[in-house]
Design a protein around this ligand. Structure first.
Ligand SMILES: [Fe+2]
Length: 298
């Protein structure tokens, strides 16, 4: 599992995005742009949890449909993966100084599997080279460890911590439960995380659970019991599953159905979420505590 560490100030805004599906005909590129602009306006960092690329290419006999690819993808001849990477770099490079991490999704992973190139890794290399700052390649899953030191230097060891477990996600779309079971399962095998973040199903959902933590290491009995919130976050995609058309258009141009529409999938809310973290230095039961508060804009 990849561990990405980042030192913050007293607050942090983090724009959480996934499932950009760059190269698809049905992607709402304007919405991607507006979320990136919002990150810029609000001085937020950006993290992307996979499916950066749609990448269902002619070599994929099972899933490829000519009418699901954006016309731009046909403009580069056989260099469709190259064109996808260049397009993603074009969209993201004005915001590269804000990008903390970009990870893989199943669509990106298929490119590695069938075409032997890791497109997200190449995108990170390109963005890092152009911006002069490292862009962490997150792989398919890992932890974002955000640290909030209360004082500069070594004058204090007090530090707030916020840990996000990210995994792009796997399996079916879970249209009825909207992925609630995934988070129940993750709560069973993950310990010590403040947020569990998934993408993949394109169901935009979030919740807040609370856990009681018993710390046997505390001297005073009353200090051994505390509660801890865990955010469960599933960022949406930027895809329009359904769009209006006419019989005349179908006769002239053919069907351009999104794969979700052909599966009788539901229309889904689009886009990512903004996580805001603030640190508080407080005294509780005669003990110093550093608490990181979270809020999420969906
Ligand atoms: Fe996706």
């Amino acid at each position: 599992m990849t561990v990405i560490e980042h030192i913050c100030g007293s607050t942090l805004r983090l724009q959480l995005m996934s499932d950009l599906h760059i190269g698809s005909l049905h992607t709402d590129y304007k919405l991607i742009e507006s979320e990136l602009k919002r990150a810029e306006a609000e001085d937020a960092l950006i993290a992307i949890n996979g499916d950066v690329f749609d990448a269902i290419l002619p070599g994929d006999r099972k899933r490829y449909r000519a009418n699901n690819l954006h016309p731009r993808m046909y403009s580069a001849g056989d260099d469709m993966i190259g064109e996808s990477i260049r397009w993603a770099a074009e969209i993201l490079s004005p915001y590269a100084h804000r990008i903390l991490m970009i990870g893989d999704g199943n669509h990106d992973d298929s490119v590695a599997r069938y075409h032997h190139i890791e497109p997200v890794k190449h995108l990170c290399i390109l963005l890092a080279r152009d911006s002069g700052k490292p862009i962490y390649y997150g792989g398919y899953h890992g932890f974002l460890h955000l640290k909030f030191p209360l004082c500069q230097g070594n004058t204090s060891r007090a530090c707030g911590h916020y840990v996000i477990h990210y995994h792009h996600g796997a399996g079916g779309g879970a249209p009825v439960t909207k992925g609630a079971i995934t988070f129940s399962r993750a709560q069973m095998w993950l310990e010590g995380v403040d947020a569990i973040w998934r993408g993949h199903t394109h169901n935009k959902q979030a919740g807040r659970d609370s856990k009681i933590v018993f710390d046997s290491g505390k001297v005073r009995a009353e200090n051994r019991v505390s509660s801890k919130d865990v955010l469960t976050i599933r960022t949406g995609a930027y895809m329009d599953t359904y769009q209006g058309t006419t019989p005349e258009y179908l006769m002239e141009h053919g069907r351009k159905d999104n794969y979700g529409a052909l599966m009788d999938g539901s229309a889904l809310p689009k886009g990512g979420m903004m996580l805001e973290l603030t640190v508080e230095d407080c005294q509780k039961h005669k003990m110093r505590e550093t608490i990181v508060h979270s809020s999420l804009r969906i």
